[in-house]
Design a protein around this ligand. Structure first.
Ligand code: NAP
Ligand code: MG
Length: 504
């Protein structure tokens, strides 16, 4: 096992990053960079060191009220509302071009604030963010309605001309978690901007920086004032104020299932539209006939990507008993060779967890599993020294009712279980409150289809894992959420359908 302290955090940072950190203390409301109404600020820290990165304005209910009013004004402003579709598309593309021009700075901010390896920020998060905005920009000019073959049965003598059109849903509150700050925002911002909505964004308290920088770029691109407002702050104050607000038309939330349920309650006040992307506990099934080397590499990546802080992590591994030892040995070997260190150092393959609370949570789960009789083959502890590092961990001898198997740990902890029959493993795989994603490793195409059809999950990967593309709808069954982000259908969540009927 490499020691985190062996890989240091480089002291060099981009000049652009340094300069942004100096001016990150304001929030964007109605085109103005302002202090919070209370004047309060909070610290955002670098999880690789525990050191403060910047002080950020701490928004609460009053700031949310101001931001919602600004978003409402912008929504009704003809400059945005009646913008020619081609102009809207052009404007969003100008915004995207600025993101591309500043990709290194945005990647560095993402890694500094949330810990992930710089290569992941620069070559996964940012390109996917850009692709997402690009894909949806094109919908600005393609929001079509239908002409309906109308015939009213009780007025057969009359003729009607009926059609549908899509209109923007209005002011959208966006509440974002800390694990993929820009990417998860882009999944909401893309369809919102393309359809002519306006928004109030609350980034996670741990990772406000890249969102604030993105908002500067939106302003530079020329998005009208108030189209994008950013209110950093805490979930219980700023987040809850968005979910409760009577003048927010839709809330797009990504986060835990527990908070998702509180958003549902809060949204009932004005029946605001909701999309919810929540937790997961994905089963990853290695069948008897799998390509073993590919399955070992894939299962390793499925759990340790983004330090395991990823909703669709392949955290429950089920391996056919005949190959169990061989597969587990391979994963343990990979885990023990994983270089854990500060994300800014290109040598690091896995970064720190987001904060002390998350580190404590992972420690508690693993210690709990150990005391219930699970065996830890590799890892199982935090790393000494600065920062919130946890070792890549593999647990065996687990039982289906253990908390480590049932609950989302959101850290680099794999539980692995052997299985004998496909029927049994499908039952175990589906024995969860979640249903976000699942994996299957097999060389048998028809078996892959059969098993995929029986897994209750929004995304099923076969002989791959964590393959994401904006064209592919993403979201969960059961308590993993409501609705899908990405893909064509996401646009529907940002529009209302109006049907118009004209007597001819
Ligand atoms: P979280 O605690 O639910 O927080 C998510 C966001 O909600 C943060 O901005 C948070 O603010 C805010 N929030 C907290 N309490 C709130 C409240 N009462 N009302 C309104 N907003 C509130 O989740 P997290 O710990 O940041 O992220 C991890 C979770 O997100 C995991 O369960 C993971 O599976 C899930 N996730 C799901 C997806 C998906 O696509 N399905 C993707 C990524 C993550 P603070 O930052 O101040 O707490
Ligand atoms: Mg941070």
């Amino acid at each position: 096992m490499s020691d985190a302290t062996e890989i240091n955090e480089p002291t060099e940072r981009l000049e652009a990053t340094q300069s942004f950190l100096q001016r990150a203390g304001k929030m964007l409301i109605g085109g103005q960079w302002v202090d919070s109404a209370s004047g309060k600020k909070f610290k955002t820290i670098n999880p690789a060191t525990g050191d403060q990165l910047a002080e950020v304005a701490e928004g609460d209910k009053e700031d949310v009220n101001r931001a919602v009013a600004a978003a409402r004004g912008a929504f009704e402003n003809p400059a945005w509302r009646n913008m020619m579709p081609t102009d809207r598309e052009r404007l969003i593309r100008r915004f995207i071009a600025l993101i591309e021009d500043n990709i290194d700075e945005l990647s560095e901010l993402e890694t500094l604030d949330c810990g992930k390896p710089i290569g992941a920020s620069r070559y996964v998060d940012l390109p996917l963010t850009i692709d997402t905005l690009y894909y949806y920009a094109g919908f600005s000019t393609k929001l079509e309605g239908d002409v309906l073959p109308h015939g009213c049965s009780y007025t057969p003598e009359d003729r009607y001309f009926a059609y549908t059109q899509r209109e923007p849903v209005g002011v959208v509150g966006m509440i974002i978690p800390w694990n993929f700050p820009l990417l998860l925002l882009s999944m909401k911002l893309g369809p919102a901007l393309a359809t002519g909505c306006t928004c109030v964004i609350k980034p996670a308290e741990d990772t406000p920086l890249s969102t604030l920088r993105l908002a500067e770029l939106a302003q530079e691109a020329g998005l009208p004032d108030g189209v994008i407002n950013v209110v950093p702050g805490y979930g219980e104050t700023a987040g809850a104020a968005i979910a409760n607000h009577p003048d927010v038309d839709k809330c797009a939330f990504t986060g835990s299932t527990e908070v998702g349920k509180s958003i549902v309650n809060a949204a009932s006040g004005n029946l605001k539209r909701l999309s919810l992307e929540l937790g997961g506990k994905a089963p990853n099934l290695v069948l008897e006939d799998a390509d073993i080397e590919a399955a070992i590499a894939g299962a390793t990546m499925a759990i340790y990507t983004n330090q395991g802080e990823i909703c669709c992590a392949g955290s429950r591994l089920y391996v056919h008993r005949s190959i169990f030892d061989q597969v587990i040995e391979g994963i343990v070997d990979n885990a023990s060779k994983t270089k854990v260190g500060p994300g800014l150092n290109p040598a690091s393959e896995m970064g720190p967890l987001i904060n002390q609370a998350q580190l404590d949570r992972v420690c508690n789960y693993v210690d709990g599993g150990r005391s219930e009789g699970a065996e830890i083959l590799v890892g199982g502890g935090q790393k000494s020294g600065k920062g919130f590092f946890y070792e890549p961990t593999v647990m065996v001898n687990t039982k289906p009712d253990m908390r480590v198997v049932k609950e989302e740990i959101f850290g680099p902890v794999l539980t692995a279980m052997p299985f004998d029959s496909l029927d049994d493993v499908i039952k175990d795989a589906n024995d969860t409150i979640y249903g976000l994603s699942a994996g299957i490793w097999t060389r048998d195409v028809s078996k892959a289809h059969q098993v995929a059809a029986q897994l209750n999950a929004g995304t099923v990967w076969v002989n791959c894992f964590h393959i994401f593309d904006v064209t592919q709808p993403f979201g969960g069954y059961k308590q993993s959420g409501w609705g899908r982000e990405w893909g064509r259908s996401a646009v529907e969540h940002y529009t209302e359908v109006k049907s118009v009927c004209i007597k001819m």
